[in-house]
Design a protein around this ligand. Structure first.
Ligand SMILES: Nc1nc2c(c(=O)[nH]1)N[C@H]1C(S)=C(S)[C@@H](COP(=O)(O)O)O[C@H]1N2
Ligand SMILES: [Mo]
Length: 168
């Protein structure tokens, strides 16, 4: 029973306080040169907004130190919250389809987006995120949340993210 309590506390935190659920800490980012990348966001009316990494980083920026399915040793990812990118484009409360540069496509449910903090990472360990390291724009979830939540899946960790659009 005592061993289960921390997990229950975490689940409670995920559902009652989404903003604190994912290990994200506000952070100020110094200017940096990024690899060329473009994230296209399609709004509910079909309108399109294109972001380079520096454009994304004008939203509130956060830091998340975590291991991932491909990194045993935790790294510090920096970027913006997916929820904020969506809100800036009228996509709050919506399921979205995400497409990567390699045409990989996956759907993220509205429930997942609302309850789990997903970082749209543009930097790792103080450097620009590269394609070689699963950048240049990658969705990252805190490992503890990833392992605890029923809503998360390895497929959520999209890298080379290129396009977000409303799903359904
Ligand atoms: N850009 C991109 N991101 C992606 C994928 C992909 O094919 N392309 N596959 C997803 C899925 S379904 C999983 S399970 C993991 C798998 O990564 P791996 O094939 O390197 O193990 O990454 C996710 N992110
Ligand atoms: Mo997968």
């Amino acid at each position: 029973m005592p061993r289960i309590l921390p997990a229950l506390a975490l689940v409670g935190a995920v559902f009652s306080a989404p903003a604190l659920a994912g290990g994200l800490e506000p952070v100020a980012l110094a200017p940096l040169t990024h690899p060329d990348a473009q994230l296209q966001v399609i709004g509910p009316d079909g309108g399109e907004t294109v972001y380079a990494q520096a454009d994304l980083e004008r939203l509130p920026t956060y830091s998340l130190t975590t291991a991932t399915p491909w990194r045993e040793v935790p790294a510090t990812f920096e970027g913006v919250r997916l929820r904020d990118v969506l809100a800036a484009n009228g996509l709050e409360g919506q399921s979205i389809a995400v497409t990567a540069e390699n045409d990989y496509t996956t759907v993220l449910s509205a429930e997942l987006i609302e309850t789990v903090d997903i970082l749209v990472a543009t930097r790792v360990d103080g450097r620009a995120h590269t394609r070689r390291a699963r950048g240049p724009i990658q969705f990252v979830i805190d490992q503890e949340v990833f392992e605890t939540s029923d809503l998360t899946d390895e497929a959520n960790f999209v890298w080379m993210v290129a396009r977000i659009e409303p799903e359904g």
